[in-house]
Design a protein around this ligand. Structure first.
Ligand code: UDP
Length: 243
């Protein structure tokens, strides 16, 4: 993020990728891609590629982590060393710890954890290729993987960012926009109620710009949610039909 746009990112009303201000990148979602997880999902979002795996609910270990009132949600976001241009040092860092913490908290708003006292639910998301917006891609995939695992939830969670580039509010920033833009606001919502379960902000927006960004991110999340539902329907209706 830079305080002023140093690269022209919008020309003739179009972004460098050819998108309009309110356009999302193309999203593809495939649930149930891993045999050895209880639930899984592969998701492509523009040039981002992520895979989510869910294990559990199972007895929480070590035992001192058990909560007699509800399950523990363990969310692990990991960026593969080869996912970015400059090789990333393997293993956890402050950024991945932060993303894991807030994403787990967001999912805890919809997963019925109290149905599984003393248990744990593990959600691992690996970023295979990164092009900005990976926390949104990861969380949107994790939500589908939880549904694929049959874990009871009040809703799916859908995620999308909005931000500011060339003094204009836009949705779903890609890497050049993230690098040279002025603000990035990733958000996760419960689509039906529009309840916000994750919100972060990098950069600066005026109050009016923030309102516009929030609306755009919520609308973007709802589009993501339609794709999530469609992907789950295709898999499970297909299975019911014996495909
Ligand atoms: N990135 C990188 N190396 C890192 C972390 C991030 O190259 O160690 C890139 C990657 O493309 C990522 C983007 O910077 O998608 C934006 O990162 P940010 O922390 O804003 O998270 P994201 O937008 O992916 O949720």
């Amino acid at each position: 993020m830079s305080s002023n746009t140093d690269v022209q990112l919008i020309k003739n009303g179009k972004r460098l990728s050819g998108r309009k201000l309110e356009d999302l990148r193309e999203i593809k979602i495939q649930p149930g891609v891993l045999d050895n997880a209880d639930g899984s999902c592969y998701l492509e979002w523009g040039n981002n590629k992520v895979i989510a795996a869910v294990y559990g609910p199972k007895e929480a270990m070590p035992r001192h982590t058990q909560n007699p009132l509800k399950a523990v949600m363990n969310y692990k976001y990991n960026m593969a060393p080869f996912s970015v241009e400059d090789r990333k040092r393997p293993g956890p860092d402050r950024r991945s710890t932060e993303i894991s913490k807030i994403s787990g908290a967001a999912l805890s708003k919809v997963v019925l954890l109290e149905k599984f006292p003393n248990m744990q639910i593990d959600v691992f998301v690996d970023v295979l290729q990164a092009d900005a917006g990976t926390r949104c891609a990861a969380l949107s995939a994790a939500s589908v993987a939880l549904a694929d695992a049959g874990i009871p939830m009040t809703s799916l969670i859908a995620c999308c960012a909005a931000g500011k580039i060339d003094n204009k509010v836009v949705v779903d920033l890609d890497k050049p926009e993230d690098n040279h833009g002025q603000a990035d606001v990733p958000m996760a919502v419960i689509p039906r109620t529009e309840e916000i379960v994750l919100l972060q902000m990098d950069g600066h927006l005026t109050a009016d710009e923030f309102k516009t960004a929030m609306r755009m991110a919520i609308d973007g999340s709802k589009k993501v949610n339609e794709i999530q539902i469609q992907a789950l329907k295709e898999k499970y209706q297909g299975e019911l039909n014996g495909d």
